[in-house]
Every structure is written in C-alpha cells, then in structure tokens.
Ligand binder design. Sequence first.
Ligand SMILES: [Fe+2]
Length: 268
Amino acid sequence: MIDIHTHLLPAIDDGPATEREAVEMARVAWETGTREVVCTPHLMEGSEASPQEVHEAVDRTRAALMKAKVPLQLHPGREISLAWLPKMSDEQLRRSTYGGAGRWLLLEMPFAGWPTDLTGILDDLMIRGFRAVLAHPERSPSVQRQPDRLRQAVGLGALLQVTASSFLGDHRPEAKRAAEALARLGWMHLLASDAHSATWRPPDLGDGVSAAASALGTTPAEINWMVEAGPRALLAGRDFRPPRPAERPELQEPGRRDSRGRAAHSRR
Ligand SMILES: [Fe+2]
C-alpha cells in the first residue's frame, strides 16, 4: 500500500517531534503493510516550512530510516490549507505536488464552514496546470450535512481522499456516515491514514481499509486503486480520472433502485 497523506517528518508540523519518533512511525507503517508513504506536512499559518525545507527533511528522514533498517519508501508532498493557496507562486506549488512531479496537490478541506469559492479555486489551479486531491472531506461538518455539495468539485476532476480510520468510527459517527455516503456516490477515490504519530492516529492503513471494504462490499480491484494504483498515478504526475466504481446495488442510493430492488441503472 502507498499512504498518500501522513505527517511523518520530524519537527516540521504537528507530527512527530523528533527523528526517533518519526522512525517509530515509519516502523508501524511498514509492519502494518504500508510500503511507501507520502510525507504531507501542513502548509498553513504557523507551519510554514518552504518546499526546499520539506524536500531536505524527506532526505534526512530517508537516511534515518536506512540507518534504522526500516525499508519504508518516502516521497515528498504537502497538505496545503485553502487559505494559504493564493500566497503561493507556481514554482512553490510545483515543488509541493505529489512526488514533486508537478501535477497533483493535496488541499486540506476546512473542519468548519464551507470554502467560499471551492470551484473557483479548483478552476484557477487547473488553469495554472495543477489538479487537486481534497483531504478528508468526510470530516467536514458541511459535507456531513450534505455530501452532494462536493458534486461540482468532483465534476471539475478533484479527487477525494477519505481517511481510512473514519470507517472505524475514529472521527465520530458523522464522519463514518459521510465516508459511507461518499462511497455510495462513487466519490471515494483514495484512502489514506492522515497519521500524526506512532500511537495517536497511527500510520496503520490496514484496519481502516478492511473496514471500508467490508462496510461497502468494495471490490479488491477498487481498494487496490485507492491505496496502490491511484497513489502511483499521483506520484507519477499523470493526468487521469479515477475509474467509476462497479455498479452494485449496495453502493446505490436507496431511491435509485427499481421495483425489484435492482439499481436503477444497473446493467442487464
Ligand atoms: Fe493531515
């Protein structure tokens, strides 16, 4: 598995405070089945390291992992707050993309309120040559009340990254329900840990991914896309759209079934 949202670099945001703690986190990720992680430190007020500092921190942490014999692979990335975005030059954005490949950016969905002009922000990024992954929308109260509010953003090609542990109930029942609703809509594109330490919000994707799979009857191929093929495409900087989820009655909204209980648009 490739975890596309982690706070694993030491002393750069609210992730681990020391290199030793970062190595411990990496060990937990490796031992629970993750083989590669993208380090996505916050870029926001109070957490303002430059792209260069992030890339250097990735290099230092790689060396520490090698020394500790933890074979987890690290990639650079960033979790950018929407408020910070307008302050960034094209070059700063490019250096903050997944893998530094110049295409995909991870944007933090706010935990309160609704971004004033989300579609305008996504449009502007596309004009500048970038595309967006929206982090943990299921934890936003606005989305919890009305998941359909994300329709335009998804239509503009944004990918939604759901936090795997939301399916375990780790972020209140509202987040679990919203994650399930996004999956029913076919908008759960990627699963990640959003890990912050080895113990509190650990980088353990396995249990959450299993819970997502069993809660929704998601096929192994779809799960594989969310934690392997999709992340690989982000890191390669490829322009792509996610595959549509297989048509299954359990993934359709109840109102969209015919009188025999089949999904209204299922294949015959
Ligand atoms: Fe995060």
